[in-house]
Design a binder for this molecule. Structure first.
Ligand SMILES: Nc1ncnc2c1ncn2[C@@H]1O[C@H](COP(=O)(O)OP(=O)(O)OP(=O)(O)O)[C@@H](O)[C@H]1O
Ligand SMILES: [Mg+2]
Length: 352
């Protein structure tokens, strides 16, 4: 396996800048995710790694060697195009060997590769069965084996499980993560699902209109986003954003949240609070600031989403269990100051 690096890579299509001055280092054996909204440049990154597109500027390195002049075939990077579902009319074994047969690999090498991968994924005893006779988990292991049966320096996957239903998607991502870790493959993965990216990636790159805005471990980015944009890409419900007017420096959202005195950085125009950090309590006159009104309460099993109306905007709070919160009641909102993010006019995060 090999690492992959971009040095100031730019790719244009006519007037569109699909990727602008991108630099990153994907380590060998890393599960690296590109995450961002549609048209932000995720697939362009994969095509540049594969060699299906050539950069207008900058350098691409695979295993430390420049590959700008190397043909796709000689880069030995595998794109997993098919989604991770099995062909129902073939046995598990025929599914696994399919990519090698397609590539016209000699039969003895096919047998050796399938054997090696099956042993690693513990599916050797399943190969004679049709998919219909496998459990959900077994099916996913076989599908992943088929994706990983080649022996390239890195695997690329472009939203490979988005076509699966929600439950299968959850199972598959757990299997994929485990198998990648066990095998030590370099895996570059594109998704537009924030939960999938957070749960599966060792590190991730946050994309916006062809720009990489932040690179880091999911928890790092979640806790310390560099901007309001990045902060709102991760987390469901999304981070609450409350305005801070220049006149009332220690009040946010027209007074529903009191900010910690002396700890508000200068230049703050907005604060961000994650729904799980927003504390909702019955209103009391001793609370500093203004009450909010409970707009809606959604019981979702282990937790509850409370939508709050401040008069100007709607906020979301994520509360454990089934709290006794009545619709239309007045409530006091607060947040541990350590969990408040501060943003300036440009949407950049400010150091506390
Ligand atoms: N072959 C092409 N010709 C012209 N424009 C292109 C081409 N490929 C990509 N683009 C443009 O480059 C930008 C980035 O596209 P890209 O496909 O990389 O986005 P993406 O993040 O993969 O989006 P999605 O989530 O929709 O798959 C877009 O504006 C797109 O229209
Ligand atoms: Mg794409």
């Amino acid at each position: 396996m090999a690492g992959i690096s971009f040095r100031n890579v730019t790719k244009r299509f006519g007037k569109t800048i699909a990727l602008n001055n991108a630099s990153f280092d994907i380590q060998s054996g890393e599960f690296f995710c590109f995450f961002g909204p549609p048209l932000s440049g995720k697939s362009t990154v994969l095509k540049l790694i594969l060699g299906l597109e050539t950069p207008d500027e900058g350098e691409i390195l695979i295993g430390g060697k420049p590959v700008n002049q190397v043909s796709p075939a000689d880069r030995n990077v595998a794109m997993v195009f098919q989604n991770l579902a099995l062909f129902p009319h073939m046995t598990a074994g025929q599914n696994v060997r399919f990519p090698l047969v397609e590539r016209k690999m000699p039969e003895d090498r096919i047998r050796a590769r399938v054997e090696a991968v099956s042993a690693k994924l513990h599916i050797g005893h399943l190969l004679h069965k049709p998919p219909a006779q496998l459990s959900g988990g077994e099916r996913q292991r076989v599908a992943i084996a088929r994706a990983l049966v080649r022996d390239p320096v890195a695997y690329l996957m472009d939203d490979p499980i988005s076509a699966l239903d929600a439950r299968l998607r959850e199972e598959t991502r757990v299997e994929l993560k485990r198998i990648q870790r066990d095998l030590g493959h370099t895996l570059v993965y594109v998704t537009h699902d924030q939960e999938e990216a957070m749960s599966i990636a060792d590190r991730m790159a946050m994309m916006e209109q062809g720009e990489i805005r932040q690179i880091g471990a999911p928890a790092e980015i979640y806790d310390a986003p560099v901007s309001r944009y990045v902060a709102r890409l991760l987390g469901a419900p999304m981070m609450n954003i409350l305005p801070v007017n220049p006149g009332d420096g220690l009040q946010a959202g027209q007074g529903v949240i009191s900010l910690p005195a002396g700890r508000v950085p200068s230049g703050v125009t907005e604060i961000g609070i994650r729904p799980e950090d927003l504390k909702v309590e019955p209103w009391s006159e001793t609370h500093p600031g203004r009450p909010a009104r409970v707009y809606e309460v959604e019981l979702l099993g282990g937790y509850t989403v409370v939508t709050l109306d401040t008069g100007d905007e709607k906020l979301k709070a994520l509360v454990r269990g089934k709290p006794d919160i009545r619709i239309e009641s007045a409530v006091a909102l607060s947040c541990n100051p350590a969990n408040i993010q501060f943003f300036n006019q440009a949407g950049e995060a400010l150091a506390r």
